[in-house]
Design a protein around this ligand. Structure first.
Ligand code: ZN
Ligand code: ZN
Length: 220
């Protein structure tokens, strides 16, 4: 099932990724696990950057902010081009479904609102190697920001799917992501902000009203 075709999402239950029970269990996680894990790693990186590498606080702050900013771009590109890859083979279609299609099918499945922490850790290690090669020791402040960008994105995404639309400026994020889920899956790829959707021209154009659960109903 390609995600560009809109399918009615189920608000109860859970999809199946693996037949094997243990592997299946590994695909699920409590949101607190990756949040705690990556916040701890980010703190260690900052500590190491300051104490061992001798960076001053302003330098660490600058690197941290740059890391958060770059994360928002990676989040956008990942969601648009990897999660919503156009599958040309059945295998690819299957992988794409298990990575992200399942979330579109069961958007309120609490245990699948974050990537399995082991997989996330492997990807984070890859980014450590990549950024270390590019920027050397600056990686300690930069990756801390990058990983906190990830935890921010996870927290926002979890809140959007589990909590009601807030009555403040944050509701724009709820609406933006609801459009992606319920109306235009090929638009609104940014989760932590719509910034990159503006930059890359994937802002949705929609006349809309939202119900309390964040589900969209077209006005026309
Ligand atoms: Zn998506
Ligand atoms: Zn979502």
């Amino acid at each position: 099932m390609s995600m560009t075709k809109l399918k009615r999402p189920k608000h109860k239950g859970s999809g199946r990724v693996f037949k094997n029970a243990l592997l299946e269990k590994l695909t699920k996680t409590h949101i607190a696990i990756p949040l705690t894990m990556f916040t701890t790693i980010a703190c260690c990186l900052i500590y190491y950057g300051i104490v061992e590498k001798g960076f001053t606080t302003p330098v660490i702050i600058l690197l941290f902010v740059a890391g958060v900013f770059v994360f928002t771009l990676v989040e956008y590109l990942f969601h648009r081009y990897i999660y919503h890859i156009k599958p040309h083979t059945h295998t690819l279609e299957d992988i794409s479904y298990k990575m992200h299609g399942i979330h579109h099918d069961y958007p309120k499945d609490k245990q699948r609102l974050a990537m399995p922490p082991i997989l996330a850790l492997i990807i984070a290690s890859f980014f450590f190697i990549l950024y270390r090669a590019i920027m050397g020791d600056f990686v300690f402040g930069f990756l801390a920001g990058f990983l906190m960008g990830y935890t921010l994105c996870l927290s926002i995404h979890f809140s959007i799917h589990i909590f009601k639309v807030p009555n403040n400026f944050l509701k724009a994020l709820w609406y933006h992501h609801a459009i992606h889920h319920y109306r235009q899956p090929n638009k609104a790829f940014g989760v932590s902000s719509p910034f990159w959707d503006y930059v890359f021209g994937t802002m949705p154009e929609l006349r809309k009203t939202a119900t309390k659960s964040g589900v969209f109903i077209d006005k026309d």
